[in-house]
Write a protein that binds this ligand. Structure first.
Ligand SMILES: Nc1ncnc2c1ncn2[C@@H]1O[C@H](COP(=O)(O)OP(=O)(O)OP(=O)(O)O)[C@@H](O)[C@H]1O
Length: 261
């Protein structure tokens, strides 16, 4: 379980250029839960995720993963960012990219080959192992980034706007892929997105942030049945109600907590 307690982040703290990005955020993510973070543009979503990932020191508060204080990137955590073109190594094949973070684990060659092969298969890229990232479409490159994160066998996957740079059809396919691999690998997911439909479609709960310096405006229980379906789920009246509710919550100036009708 991930626990964020009264996290605060001020950039360049103590200087004239200090920027308070995160005022105070507390939230939990249970094992195998899918939680999305939404909020106005510039709210502090990426800052929050980087603090949770141990990539950025926070000013005060705490982050615990399974009761261990996060002060550096934990081994049980993997990250997928929006910018797949910068996160994949262009001089390595797809297979080498997926295998690269596993090197320190000291797996023997055949165990490594099996693990990489299985993960590529789980993201629908079993035929692409010998290709280079630049030979693939944007959606396929993001699949490689997801495969690399999964091969690492994380307990929790942190994703920052992972599908923001792909077209709508590819985005829908990747959303369903993430739901499938989440079930297959039993991984917990913390997912930052600008897209309210995406947050509601994917999540068990949606954390709505206020504008910067950010706080939690409210946490919305989604409760839509699983498995979800791009057409069937989005046609449901409760999907439309939740999406409208989250949309209004992001724009509500007083940000008072309540529950969806
Ligand atoms: N390295 C930095 N130094 C100083 N201020 C920063 C830094 N990074 C971000 N900020 C500021 O912190 C605030 C939150 O930024 P952040 O990128 O976390 O928001 P976001 O919600 O992820 O944005 P977006 O909606 O554009 O993705 C903004 O005011 C931003 O200008």
């Amino acid at each position: 379980m991930l626990r964020v307690e009264s996290l605060r982040k001020v950039y360049e703290e103590g200087t004239r250029n200090a920027v308070e990005a995160v005022a105070e955020v507390s939230a939990t993510v249970e094992e195998q839960e899918f939680v999305s973070i939404v909020g106005p543009s510039g709210a502090g979503k990426t800052t929050l995720l980087k603090c949770v990932a141990g990539l950025l020191p926070y000013s005060s508060g705490s982050v615990y993963l399974d009761d261990e204080l996060v002060t550096e990137p934990p081994k049980k955590m993997a990250l997928v960012f929006q910018d797949y073109s910068r996160s994949l190594y262009p001089w390595m094949t797809v297979r080498e990219n997926v295998a690269f973070p596993l090197k320190p684990r000291g797996l023997d060659r055949s165990a490594m080959r099996t693990l990489v092969g299985e993960t590529l298969q789980s993201v629908g890229l079993d035929g692409a192992g010998a290709k280079y990232p630049w030979q693939l479409s944007g959606g396929m490159q993001q699949r490689v980034a997801i495969a690399r994160a999964l091969a690492y066998q994380p307990e929790i996957l942190l994703m920052d706007e992972p599908f923001a740079s792909v077209d709508a059809q590819t985005r829908a396919d990747l959303e369903d892929l993430v739901l499938d691999v989440r079930d297959q690998y039993g991984v917990t997911v913390l997912f930052v997105t600008h897209d309210i439909d995406e947050a509601v479609y994917l999540s068990d709960r949606v954390v709505v942030l206020t504008s910067a310096p950010t706080r939690v405006a409210e946490i919305v229980d989604v409760g839509l049945p699983r498995p979800r379906d791009q057409v069937g789920t989005k046609e449901r009246p409760d999907f439309a109600r939740l999406r409208g509710y989250v949309w209004r919550s992001i724009r509500r100036p007083d940000q008072t907590a309540s529950t969806p009708a």
